[in-house]
Ligand binder design. Structure first.
Ligand code: NCD
Length: 359
């Protein structure tokens, strides 16, 4: 069954197709109003959300379908100790497609291995957030008119910011992309993105700490919130939380045709005065998220009509290597098999198949 767990599950051609569908939905909304009649989307949100959950729900309703689900873990049987695998099997009885947000890294992947309906990762811990990337891609395409030949600055919490990880994976596959990674030393990009994506595919990038210095060269500036809920150390969060604030003065340093994205919610990393700048695209980005989720639901439901259970890619798998990441789903669900994959044979680097951290 086709699911969306990582943005790499879709080829560039498929991403371009989703963007084309979303643009067609924008141009001809009436053609889509009945497309999902009698279909149900389940939204399983074990973590807070405004945009992602409600844009999924709005997307399904605008396609003529309906929605079931919950918006907090405490109102589901997970609070009684039900496993992700069982939850996925149960939801497969009630819905045609499901979107899951979970604080543990790899939880939607576990669901997809056990469900008989398509599973969409709506954010797993500090790991990945592929549907936010769909919103980001449509936004860049609409604002800049292209997805290639861009210098993209990513600013803020690059360590725990899951939207950043998925966006880098997606954009690295387009031509002429260069990244400027702007963060404090403590919040740099995790190694699985740096080595498995940037280094492996020879994507040019620089790591800097000054937003002001980076501004003049950027075509796209992607601001992020410091992810308070992922910090183990409150002191460290308090020290880093105001690392970057984009204000009207800094905007003057940017190109006239730069665009500013933010997955939202913002705390104080973009001052409200910036909202009036035509280059501020983050509210348009939130709307684009609904159109891309409509396109995604259509694609996955269409493919579900010809289900071919995807075999797990067994190349380089190593069993019984213990993952030590406390944020991984395998730490709370003890019956999950401990499986790692060799991602760098030369260095003998093994990574957990759920959270991608080194084991
Ligand atoms: C993001 C998330 O949940 O990762 N929000 C969203 O889905 N639009 C970003 C964030 O919470 O900072």
């Amino acid at each position: 069954m086709r699911s969306l767990i990582s943005i790499l599950d879709f080829s560039v051609a498929e991403l371009d197709q989703l963007i084309a569908t979303a643009k067609d939905i924008i141009a001809n909304p009436d053609n889509y109003r009945e497309k999902c009649r009698y279909k149900k989307l389940a939204t399983l949100f074990f973590e807070p959300s405004t945009r992602t959950r409600l844009s999924f729900e709005a997307a399904m309703l605008e396609l003529g379908g309906s929605v079931i689900g919950f918006s907090e873990a405490s109102s589901s049987s997970a609070s009684k100790g039900e496993s992700m695998a069982d939850t996925a099997k149960i939801l497969s009885c009630y819905a045609d497609i499901m979107a899951i947000r979970h604080p543990k890294e790899g939880a939607p992947y576990v669901a997809s291995r056990n469900a008989t309906i398509p599973v969409i990762n709506a954010g797993d811990g500090g790991h990945q957030h592929p549907t936010q990337t769909l919103a980001d891609l449509l936004t860049i395409s609409r604002e800049k008119g292209r997805l290639n030949d861009l210098t993209i600055g990513l600013c803020g919490d690059l360590k725990y910011g899951r939207t950043v990880h998925s966006l880098i994976e997606a954009m690295s596959r387009y031509e002429g992309i260069r990244f400027v990674l702007i963060s404090p030393a403590e919040l740099k990009l995790p190694s699985y993105v740096r080595f498995n994506v940037l280094e492996k595919h020879h994507i040019p990038y620089t790591e800097v700490t000054s937003l002001e210095d980076a501004m003049p060269e950027l075509d796209v500036l992607y601001m992020t919130r410091i992810q308070q809920e992922r910090f183990d150390d409150v002191e460290e969060y308090n020290r880093l939380k105001d690392s970057y604030v984009l204000d009207t003065e800094k905007m003057q340093l940017g190109k006239a045709d730069m665009c500013v994205l933010h997955p939202l919610p913002r705390v104080n990393e973009i001052s409200v005065a910036v909202d009036d700048d035509p280059r501020a695209a983050y509210f348009r980005q939130a709307l684009n998220g609904k159109y891309m989720r409509m396109a995604l639901i259509l694609k996955l439901l269409e493919e579900a009509q010809n289900p071919a259970r995807e075999a797990i890619d067994t190349e380089g798998l190593v069993y019984d290597r213990v993952c030590k990441n406390p944020k991984c789903i395998c730490q709370v669900e003890q019956e999950l098999p401990q499986i790692a994959r060799i991602t760098d044979p030369a260095e003998n680097i093994l990574r957990c198949i759920y959270c991608e951290q080194k084991v």
